[in-house]
Design a protein around this ligand. Structure first.
Ligand code: PGA
Length: 253
C-alpha cells in the first residue's frame, strides 16, 4: 500500500439514481441541518436525479452539503435529445458529477474512452468528477477483478485530471444494490491497486485523491469499510435516500 502524503477529508456521496420527487427534498434538508449542527469529518454530497438538481441546490443554498449530477454528456451542448451537459449541471447548481457508474457502463455500453471524454467535459465546466470503476461477478470469479479495475482506471482517467479536484469510486458491480459486499481484505487490495495507478499517473497528487468504496454501504457496515486502508469515503445508493441512514454512514467516516 502506498502511504498517502496528505490525507484529504473523506467524501460521502449519496447517489439517488432514478429515485426522488419534490417531497424527497425534505430528506436532503434533514441531512443538511444535521451536518450544520454537528459538522462531520467527511465532505457530504447528494446527487439527485436531474429534475431535482436545481430545486435541491436552492433548498441547500448556504449549506455545506454538495449537490451533484449523476452523469453528463461529453459535449457542452448539441442535438442530443434527453442528454444533459456538464455546463447545464453547473448552471443548475451542481459542483460535482458521478461519471462511469456501472449502471451507465452496463445499460448504455459506456466505454472507458467515453467516460474519459465526460471527465474532460466535467472539468471544463468546473465540476469535480467522481469516476466509478468496478468488476462484474464473472470477472471477479475469473480472478480478473484487479486487472479489470486498474485497466478501467488507466483508461477512464485523462491526464487533464492532474492537479484537479476529483475522486475515484471502486464499486464492484455485483455489490451494488444486492446487500453483498467484498471482504475487507478484498476492498483493501483493490483500493491499493487503484492507489498505485493514481500515483503512477499523477504522482503526489495521485497519492491524495480520495478513493471511495461503493456497493451496499449501510449504517451497519460503514464504520468497518471506512476504516479500511485507502478507503477515502463512500458512494452510497439505497441507503442515501433516507436522511437517518445516510447520516449514520456520514457519522461513521
Ligand atoms: P447501493 O448503490 O449503495 O444501493 O448498493 C451504490 C451505487 O450504485 O453507487
Amino acid at each position: 500500500m502506498t502511504v498517502s502524503l496528505t490525507t484529504p477529508r473523506p467524501l460521502i456521496a449519496g447517489n439517488w439514481k432514478m429515485f426522488g420527487l419534490e417531497a424527497s427534498l425534505d430528506e436532503a434538508r434533514a441531512v443538511a441541518a444535521a451536518v450544520a449542527q454537528a459538522p462531520p469529518a467527511a465532505r457530504v454530497a447528494i446527487c439527485p436525479p436531474a429534475t431535482l438538481l436545481h430545486r435541491m441546490a436552492d433548498a441547500l443554498s448556504g449549506e455545506s452539503v454538495i449537490v451533484g449530477g449523476q452523469d453528463c454528456h461529453a459535449a457542452p451542448q448539441g442535438a442530443y435529445t434527453g442528454d444533459i451537459s456538464a455546463p447545464m449541471l453547473a448552471d443548475a447548481g451542481a459542483t460535482l458529477v458521478i461519471l462511469g457508474h456501472s449502471e451507465r457502463r452496463g445499460s448504455y455500453d459506456e466505454t472507458c474512452e467515453e467516460v474519459s471524454a465526460k471527465v474532460l467535459a466535467a472539468l471544463a465546466a468546473g465540476l469535480e468528477p467522481v469516476i466509478c470503476l468496478g468488476e462484474t461477478l464473472a470477472q471477479r470469479e475469473a480472478g480478473q477483478a484487479e486487472p479489470i479495475v486498474t485497466g478501467q482506471a488507466r483508461n477512464s482517467l485523462p491526464d487533464d485530471l492532474s492537479g484537479q479536484a476529483f475522486a475515484v469510486a471502486y464499486e464492484p458491480v455485483w455489490a451494488i444494490g444486492t446487500g453483498l459486499t467484498p471482504t475487507i481484505a478484498d476492498i483493501a487490495a483493490i483500493h491499493a491497486a487503484i492507489r498505485a495507478v493514481l500515483v503512477e499517473r499523477f504522482g503526489d497528487h495521485g497519492a491524495s485523491v480520495p478513493i471511495l468504496y461503493g456497493g451496499s454501504v449501510k449504517p451497519e457496515n460503514a464504520a468497518e469499510i471506512l476504516a479500511t486502508p485507502e478507503v477515502g469515503g463512500a458512494l452510497v445508493g439505497g441507503a442515501s435516500l433516507k436522511a437517518k441512514d445516510f447520516l449514520a454512514i456520514i457519522a461513521a467516516a
